[in-house]
Design a protein around this ligand. Sequence first.
Ligand SMILES: C[S@@+](CC[C@H](N)C(=O)[O-])C[C@H]1O[C@@H](n2cnc3c(N)ncnc32)[C@H](O)[C@@H]1O
Length: 191
Amino acid sequence: MADTDYYVQDITQEWNQWDKSLQKLAGKVSLICSNCTFHWVQESDTAAQNMAKLLSNNNIIIMNILFFGDIYRSAGADTRAELKRRFRYPSEEQLIGQWVTAFRSAGLTRIDIKYRESHKILPVKMYNESNKLFVKWFKRYLTDSTGDEDMDQVIRELLYKERVRAVSEKSPNGEDQVKVNIQVWNFVVNK
Ligand SMILES: C[S@@+](CC[C@H](N)C(=O)[O-])C[C@H]1O[C@@H](n2cnc3c(N)ncnc32)[C@H](O)[C@@H]1O
């Protein structure tokens, strides 16, 4: 849109390294809105501080965080311990708690959280395609980078077993479909 300025900025970068044109917005932003992003951001303290810096008084951050479930659930006890040693996806308490703590530390203490569950039914092909990106992002939870190639398949299976079920209903094009469960935590943070 011609009357809109667009910027690209890593939210986890320290404030003093931000683009100068964005730094000028400190204390002037009335709405920060984020969809389907913060579950990928591990540096929640810096991100929350940056958002607190941007936001003007009496205004809000609206964001959501997706939780992918207890992805270790399907593994036996021994396998689970070994998996968690190599690959550390947080528990729901850790993931959501981390953001509550980050906002509080950034001085934002008026936090409303709502949880909801939903699902989508997708052609298998589409699920596999979008899952490539998820597997890539999930690799940030690997505890070391050695020999992580074989982890692609492991992560793919963990995610599938926890979130996905085959359904009998075919797509309009006659393709096989799956049902993908979605767990979303919605945050509204007031300044
Ligand atoms: C699943 S997409 C969601 C995109 C869009 N919000 C939407 O609803 O369609 C996740 C987005 O998070 C962005 N992202 C991930 N880490 C980020 C970071 N540290 N700082 C800024 N953006 C980030 C990615 O670039 C990507 O565009």
